[in-house]
Design a protein around this ligand. Structure first.
Ligand code: ZN
Length: 118
């Protein structure tokens, strides 16, 4: 996974396209997490801020991996948040968090596709 842009909003490469940013970062080792184990880190050559591959993931800063496809399908079936939580063995608050993340992810995907539809 290559970072698509610098996550630092004050960096010149924050709004850069992936092609422009491709040579402005370098690998900066790994760190271990309890959730997914080893996570690769990167460092921006312009602002010298470090970040990880999970920075760009829908799972960023989560403490438990939940099956997002199962949550998405349950929402489409109009299941309640509590019911989904019982099935996946977690709190309703975690389910609400993942539904919000999925919503933002879908909005970003739509925003990227919109220019090609106009
Ligand atoms: Zn940067």
């Amino acid at each position: 996974m290559n970072p698509p842009f610098c996550p630092n909003p004050k960096c010149v490469f924050h709004n850069a396209r992936e092609a422009d940013y491709s040579k402005h970062w370098y690998r900066y080792g790994y760190h271990n997490t309890k959730v997914v184990g080893k996570v690769r880190r990167f460092k921006c050559k312009a602002c010298h801020k470090s970040f990880s591959e999970r920075t760009f993931s829908v799972h960023y800063y989560t403490k438990k991996n939940l099956d997002l496809k199962a949550i998405s399908m349950a929402v489409k079936r109009s299941e309640s948040v509590n019911s989904i939580g019982r099935q996946l063995g977690c709190n309703w608050d975690s389910i609400t968090n993942r539904i919000n993340r999925l919503g933002r992810s879908r909005m970003l995907a739509m925003q990227k596709q919109l220019p090609s539809l106009l």
